[in-house]
Design a protein around this ligand. Structure first.
Ligand SMILES: C[S@@+](CC[C@H](N)C(=O)[O-])C[C@H]1O[C@@H](n2cnc3c(N)ncnc32)[C@H](O)[C@@H]1O
Length: 390
C-alpha cells in the first residue's frame, strides 16, 4: 500500500486544493490525537489519507477502508499533500509517474455501485470469487466470448495483474470488482448466473466466520443461479471440503457432485503448487434445480431528524449493539471542526460492512458512500438511526 514515511506531520488549512487534488477536512481520533484522517476528493472519488504519528516514525498513508478504485489516485493524493504541506519525506513507495497505461485504458474495473444501480443482465453471467492470479478467470473469459464474467477479489495486486491482462488480451466480456464477494452475492439478480466458481478459498480454520462458503452465501448463490446453474467449490483442504459438504447437504432440492483429483481445463497457481506436493484436491459442485423469486430489497439509508448530543454519541465508542441476525460495533470516534465522525462495522456477522458516519449539527451521513443495500445492512441502519436518537 502506498505510504510516505515523514519526519513530522504538518497540517494545512482546510479546504485546500493542490495539483487537482482537493483536501476537504481533517478528523482527529478522539482517543489518540496522533491518528488523523484527511478527506480527499480526486477524479470523482472520495477517500481518506491516514496520518499516524508513532514514537519512532510518522506515516502518511492509504486508509484501507475508503481506498479508491484506482490506487494511482492515492499516489497522486499523497504526493500532492506532501508537496502542499512541505513535508520532509524520509522514505516513500509513492510513484510519481503516469498512470499505468493498461489501467488507464481498461474500463473493466467497476465499483460496487455499478452493479448495485444497474446490474448487467443482457447475457449469461459467470462469477469467480477470489480469482487470485486470474489464470482460470482469464482462460474462461477468452474462451466464452458471449458470456459476461465478473471476477471478485480483495487483493489489490491480483486485481491490477488481471486488469493488465484484460487490456493486453483486449477482453470485453470481463468485469473486475474489488469487494467482499459474500456481500456482492446479495445484489445479484435472481436466476441470472450460469456458474459461480470458488477455487481454493482461504480455509480460515481459526476464523471460520471469514470463510466464503457459508449457509447464507450458498443461499444467495442458489437464488442467483439459473436452473441447472452451478456453484463450483475446489479446495485442497480436507477440512474445508468436509465443512463445505456439511453446509451444502443441508439444502433441499439441489444436486451435489463430489469429485476427488478431477482434472480441469486450466490449472491455477495454487493448484499447481498442491499438485507438485501431491496433495488431494476436492470438488463440490452444487447444481440448482429451482427457479427463485425476483430479488426485492425494500428500505433506504436515510436518517431521521433530531439526534443525541455529540457528547452522548461519543460515548458509543467501543460499544456493540446486537440484534437478531446482526450487530453494530462503534470502532473509533473522531472529532472534526464542525462535528464528529464514527467508524463502525455493522450488518450480518459473516458479512459485516466497515464504514464511516459523519455527524454534524443538522445532518448525519455515511462517508464516502452508502452501505450496500442488503437486508442486514438496512436492518442495522434502522437500529443505528434509533441509537443516534438516544
Ligand atoms: C488461496 S487464494 C486462491 C486464488 C485462486 N482462486 C487460485 O486458485 O489460484 C484465495 C483468494 O481469495 C481472495 N479472497 C478471500 N476472501 C475473499 C472475499 N471475501 N471476497 C473476494 N475475494 C476473497 C483472496 O484475496 C485470495 O486471492
Amino acid at each position: 500500500m502506498p505510504h510516505l514515511h515523514i519526519e513530522k506531520f504538518n497540517e494545512i488549512s482546510f479546504p485546500s486544493e493542490h495539483n487537482g487534488v482537493s483536501f476537504n477536512f481533517i478528523a482527529t481520533n478522539v482517543n489518540n490525537d496522533k491518528e488523523k484522517l484527511i478527506a480527499v476528493s480526486f477524479e470523482e472519488e472520495d477517500f481518506f489519507l491516514l496520518v499516524k504519528e508513532e514514537e519512532n516514525r510518522n506515516l502518511l498513508k492509504t486508509d484501507k477502508l475508503t481506498r479508491p478504485a484506482s490506487i494511482h489516485n492515492v499516489h497522486r493524493a499523497l504526493s500532492a499533500y506532501a508537496n502542499l504541506a512541505e513535508l520532509n519525506v524520509l522514505a516513500s513507495n509513492v510513484l510519481s509517474g503516469q498512470k499505468n497505461i493498461h489501467l488507464e485504458e481498461v474500463t473493466a474495473l467497476k465499483k460496487i455501485e455499478y452493479f448495485a444501480n444497474d446490474f448487467p443482465t443482457g447475457r449469461e453471467v459467470r462469477i469467480e470469487v477470489g480469482f487470485g492470479s486470474g489464470r482460470h478467470l482469464l482462460h474462461q473469459a477468452a474462451n466464452n466470448k458471449d458470456i459476461l464474467f465478473i471476477g471478485i477479489e480483495i487483493h489489490r495486486p491480483s486485481i491490477e495483474q488481471v486488469l493488465k491482462q484484460v487490456s493486453i488480451q483486449n477482453l470485453d466480456n470481463l468485469l473486475v470488482l474489488d469487494y467482499d464477494a459474500r456481500l456482492f452475492m446479495e445484489l445479484v439478480p435472481s436466476n441470472l448466473v450460469g456458474k459461480v466458481y470458488v477455487h481454493f478459498p482461504v480455509p480460515w480454520d481459526k476464523k471460520p466466520h471469514r470463510r466464503v462458503i457459508s449457509t447464507s452465501f450458498i443461499e444467495e448463490c442458489r437464488r442467483a443461479l439459473k436452473v441447472d446453474g452451478q456453484l463450483e467449490l475446489r479446495t485442497d483442504s480436507e477440512n474445508y471440503y468436509a465443512y463445505s459438504y456439511e453446509t451444502f447437504i443441508a439444502f433441499n432440492k439441489t444436486v451435489l457432485h463430489i469429485n476427488k483429483n478431477k482434472d480441469i481445463a486450466i490449472v491455477s497457481k495454487y493448484e499447481d503448487r498442491w499438485r507438485k506436493m501431491e496433495k488431494n484436491i476436492y470438488d463440490v459442485t452444487m447444481i440448482n434445480e429451482e427457479d427463485s423469486e425476483a430479488l426485492y430489497i425494500e428500505g433506504n439509508f436515510e436518517f431521521s431528524k433530531g439526534k443525541s448530543s455529540f457528547e452522548e454519541i461519543l460515548k458509543l465508542h467501543k460499544t456493540t449493539n446486537r440484534f437478531e441476525g446482526g450487530f453494530i460495533h462503534f470502532e473509533r470516534a473522531f472529532k472534526m471542526d464542525d462535528g464528529i465522525m464514527l467508524r463502525l462495522s455493522m450488518g450480518s456477522y459473516d458479512r459485516p460492512e466497515h464504514l464511516y458516519l459523519i455527524i454534524k449539527e443538522n445532518s448525519v451521513s455515511y462517508y464516502p458512500e452508502l452501505p450496500l443495500k442488503s437486508k442486514s445492512n438496512l436492518e442495522a441502519h434502522k437500529i443505528l438511526d434509533g441509537i443516534l436518537n438516544g
